[in-house]
Design a binder for this molecule. Structure first.
Ligand SMILES: Nc1ncnc2c1ncn2[C@@H]1O[C@H](COP(=O)(O)OP(=O)(O)OP(=O)(O)O)[C@@H](O)[C@H]1O
Ligand SMILES: [Mg+2]
Length: 462
């Protein structure tokens, strides 16, 4: 049930809306602009029908006033048949749609359904956007260490300043997170944040990805494709792993940054560059410059301000805070109520060197939280993540040696052992998940169908 405001000096129109939607929608009426504004201040109206021809007033002026008070208002203009000038003017001013007099009940009904759906959709999109903005508020970036405090200060200075930023740091230190924080805390936050990974693509593919192409620009280009620079519009373009960008793409990018415009491949029309540029790399870019793998002039263009994210092992005081943060995050995501972590478990986590930085810590805690039987994390709940690679390899070697001693003479050794291992692993996972098939499939990294098949094959009883 929606609340409709019908603004028309013709009482019979308001009445016909009432009769038409009785039991479905509530209709309130207003005979002129001032009355309409009064109603709008009293009620939260879903849709507004506005007759553009009101006595002594211009309907379009009323439209402007309504939209200036509530830019999200859904206004549908009621106009005379074929009055295209009014239609174009009102739509360009921000009206959602129009209907023509004499009113056709079925058309009005369809217009209302469509408008309500579109309104629901756009408020959903706004909700998602708000959540996204909230997710990248600075309160979600953890770090009390001096180095991280410095980073936060720089981010604070950068949100109101459009200079290009280069974010450096080892893998998993939070480069993308910081780039998003800059974007979602800046005036560009309602425009897109577009990330492009510059590694792993040939120069042709990367150029195409960044700048797009026209139809027929090359063999196989069936239709026009917009590039990421165009898609970013007034937002931010995040050039991830810029240190791996092929040299020829570096030259194109340099030109784009110098001239602040670009063209789609196969087009002569230039498009203005409006997006903010943030780049990131886990390479030492100056080293790359010295080795002639990165253009020096481009280096100075993208590195107007730099943020260097310290590895986690150099800010161990942040580890307990991050642990606490990820436990809370997981509680919310997994609907759990893990209350905390023991001192010795915390120490285990602090002592470890975290070559994969915050991402590795986050993954370890996600795994711990998934598998935790009770609501408290003990040292034993933490898997052997801290084990050095060679220690883990030693364990496997010992295991295989034992297997060979016991089963070495069997026929079909590989088949039998694989089966035996799979059976045990699946049983263990079944125990951990209390037999929940979707959870099991997720942990094992296979589909539910494959899991069912395996359970039948192995005749595992879960
Ligand atoms: N200070 C922090 N506070 C909270 N979460 C963080 C922090 N730093 C990183 N993270 C989280 O760690 C994960 C990895 O971060 P991100 O993807 O930004 O790293 P990256 O430096 O871009 O890594 P890579 O070089 O591998 O792409 C993300 O889930 C991110 O949300
Ligand atoms: Mg990244």
């Amino acid at each position: 049930m929606a609340l409709l405001l019908v603004i028309d000096d013709d009482r019979s129109i308001i009445e016909s809306f009432r009769i038409l939607f009785e039991g479905n929608h509530t209709v309130i009426g207003a005979y002129n602009g001032p009355e309409a504004l009064q109603e709008l201040s009293k009620h939260k109206v879903d849709l507004i029908f506005l007759d553009y021809r009101l006595p002594g007033q211009d309907g379009l002026e009323v439209l402007k006033t309504i939209l200036s008070k509530d830019p999200d208002a859904y206004v549908i203009i009621i106009t005379g048949y074929g009055n295209f000038e009014t239609i174009i003017q009102s739509i360009s001013l921000g009206a959602y749609d129009y209907i023509e007099k004499p009113l056709d009940a079925e058309k009005v009904r369809i217009t209302i359904t469509r408008a309500l759906e579109s309104k629901k959709m756009s408020s959903y999109v706004k909700h998602i956007k708000d959540m996204e903005i909230e997710n990248y508020s600075l309160s979600h970036i953890i770090g009390k260490s001096e180095k991280m405090q410095e980073v936060f200060k720089t981010v604070g200075r950068l949100v109101n300043n459009d200079v290009p930023v280069l974010i450096t740091g080892e893998s998993g230190t939070g480069k993308e997170l910081i780039a998003k924080a800059i974007h979602y805390n800046s005036a560009r936050k309602n425009d897109p944040f577009i990330a492009v990974t510059c590694s792993g693509l040939t120069e042709t593919l990367l150029n195409n990805e960044l700048f797009g192409h026209e139809a027929q620009a090359f063999t196989g280009a069936d239709s026009q494709k917009k590039g990421k620079f165009e898609a970013a519009g007034d937002g931010t373009i995040f050039l991830d792993e810029i240190g791996d960008m092929p040299i020829s793409t570096q030259s194109t990018l340099l030109r784009v940054l110098q001239e602040r415009e670009f063209t789609r491949l196969g087009s002569t029309q230039t498009i203005r560059l409006k997006a903010r540029i943030i780049a990131a790399t886990n390479k030492n870019l100056l080293d790359e410059v010295r080795k002639n793998r990165f253009r020096q002039d481009l280096y100075y263009r993208v590195n107007v301000v730099s943020i260097d994210l310290p590895p986690l092992r150099e800010r161990k005081e942040d580890i307990p805070l991050l642990v606490d943060y990820f436990i809370k995050k997981n509680n919310k995501k997994m609907k759990k109520s893990i209350s905390g972590i023991s001192d010795s478990a915390n120490k285990t986590l602090v002592d470890y060197d975290w070559p994969g930085n915050v991402r590795e810590l986050e993954n370890v805690l996600t795994n711990v939280c998934i598998h935790l039987q009770d609501n408290y994390i003990h040292t034993l709940s933490i898997p052997s993540f801290g084990m050095q690679e060679n220690e883990e390899a030693d364990l496997y070697d010992d295991f295989i040696r034992t297997i060979l001693q016991i089963h070495g003479m069997e026929k079909n050794l590989l088949k039998n052992m694989t089966r035996c291992l799979q059976e045990r692993l699946i049983k263990k996972v079944a125990q951990m998940t209390k037999g929940n098939k979707s959870e099991m499939a997720k942990i094992l990294g296979i589909s539910r169908v494959t899991l069912q098949k395996k359970l039948r094959e192995l005749s595992c009883d879960t």
